[in-house]
Write a protein that binds this ligand. Structure first.
Ligand SMILES: Cc1cc2nc3c(=O)[nH]c(=O)nc-3n(C[C@H](O)[C@H](O)[C@H](O)COP(=O)(O)O)c2cc1C
Length: 209
């Protein structure tokens, strides 16, 4: 298979899988190698390298989702989230994430964005969105890469609700901004059907021979 075919196949195989289990198909060192490959090879605007990755495996992963459950219990106590919604929807969903093997937390470190905003004033307003773009590239690389290792994954956004307790638990700098959480584990069910809008509406190509 050509490298391009392998890349396309990996892209096609990356799907959202919610039913995940704790049977890892690889040694944890393979996950670490993949995460390091992301941090070394994913580009960033002006080479800012402002993305930060935190990998939580096994019981540390469980701790993350327990923290999220506790955070929601606090919201139920204040009345911000109705008890019934929590019991019927939120809790089963969060327990589903906890049933997986690991979570990668994607952060942005503003300390590595601000100096560029000051140095390149013309682009000041662009550095934040560019940082988000680069962060998303890390997410996509790892979502796809974990699939090639045999995992299934889904992408979540419990930030900024969980930022403070997570920073406290793992001693993460409080300035770092949590962007997303990639949950991964052994795929225990297939991905759902995915409707596609017509390619012709979404791609224009000019000058093709
Ligand atoms: C930027 C982005 C944000 C997303 N946020 C969430 C999310 O918060 N929760 C969730 O369950 N899925 C989330 N998803 C997953 C999408 O719903 C999913 O990728 C889309 O329906 C296509 O399905 P597929 O991933 O199987 O190809 C997100 C995906 C992207 C690209």
């Amino acid at each position: 298979m050509s490298t391009t075919d392998a890349l396309v196949q990996a892209a096609q195989s990356r799907r959202t899988i919610y039913k995940l289990g704790k049977n890892s198909p690889v040694a944890d060192s393979k996950i670490e190698e993949l995460v390091n490959a992301a941090i070394l090879n994913v580009p960033s605007s002006f080479n800012t390298q402002s993305t930060r990755l935190v990998v939580l495996l096994r019981e540390e992963h469980d701790n993350l989702w327990d923290i999220t459950i506790e955070t929601f219990k606090g919201l139920v106590a204040t009345g911000a989230v109705p008890e019934e919604v929590f019991q019927k929807q939120t809790l089963p969903k969060l327990q589903g994430f906890k049933a997986a093997y690991g979570t990668i937390l994607f952060y942005e470190d503003p300390a590595h964005i601000k100096p560029f905003q000051e140095k390149f004033a013309t682009y000041k307003a662009h550095f934040e969105p560019w940082a988000e773009h680069s962060n998303a590239m890390h997410q996509y690389f790892l979502w796809t890469g974990l699939e090639t290792l045999g995992f299934g994954a889904n992408l979540q956004h419990y930030n900024p609700l969980i930022d403070a307790p997570v920073a406290q638990k793992w001693n993460i700098p409080t300035e770092w901004r949590l962007i997303s959480q990639l949950v991964f584990g052994s795929p225990e069910a297939a991905a759902g059907e995915k409707a596609q809008k017509p390619i012709e509406e979404r791609v224009k190509i000019f000058g093709k021979q």
